[in-house]
Write a protein that binds this ligand. Structure first.
Ligand code: FES
Ligand code: FES
Length: 156
């Protein structure tokens, strides 16, 4: 039995401690927002926050998060500045990578509320987007950092 908190709620799961956290979230807890991309810790689609830090849940055995606090994309409120700015900037295309992008952006802004372009590039470099939404991601992060849910904005 592994016990941890997910989005503020205690969870007890009867799985092997070696089971990847992503599988537990999606298959046992029904939290399918975190996506499976590469399965090797390389693309960021499965990113969740563990005690506030972004972590690749596809390569994290659930036993390693015993007693920890996990936030998934479902735990980020719709009114959160990052989600609002993501919508305002129309960041998503196919959306597959976006839950992971948003989780990394939330973690970045907690540490650096006014990140530079270099800060954003560094913090987001492990989150890949095959649709090439990087320009809009950057604008959404700046807008969220500025506390503004900017309407519209140029597409890239
Ligand atoms: S699916 Fe986890 S990093 Fe790609
Ligand atoms: S929006 Fe399609 S992969 Fe990023």
């Amino acid at each position: 039995m592994v016990v941890f908190r997910v989005n503020g709620k205690e969870q007890r799961v009867d799985v092997s401690p070696d089971t990847p956290l992503l599988w537990v979230l999606r298959e046992k807890l029904g939290l399918a927002g975190s996506k499976f991309g590469c399965g090797e810790g390389l693309c960021g689609a499965c990113t969740v926050l563990v005690d506030g830090h972004p972590l690749r849940s596809c390569v994290t055995p659930v036993g390693e998060v015993r007693g920890k606090k996990i936030i998934t994309i479902e735990g980020i409120p719709e009114k959160h500045p990052v989600k609002k700015c993501w919508l305002a900037q129309e960041v998503s295309q196919c959306s597959y990578c976006q839950p992971g992008q948003i989780m990394s952006a939330v973690a970045l802004l907690r540490n650096k509320p006014k990140p530079t372009d270099a800060d954003i590039d560094s913090a987001m470099s492990g989150n890949l987007c095959r649709c090439g939404t990087y320009g809009r991601i950057r604008r959404a992060i700046h807008a969220a950092g500025a506390g503004a849910s900017m309407k519209g904005g140029k597409k890239s």
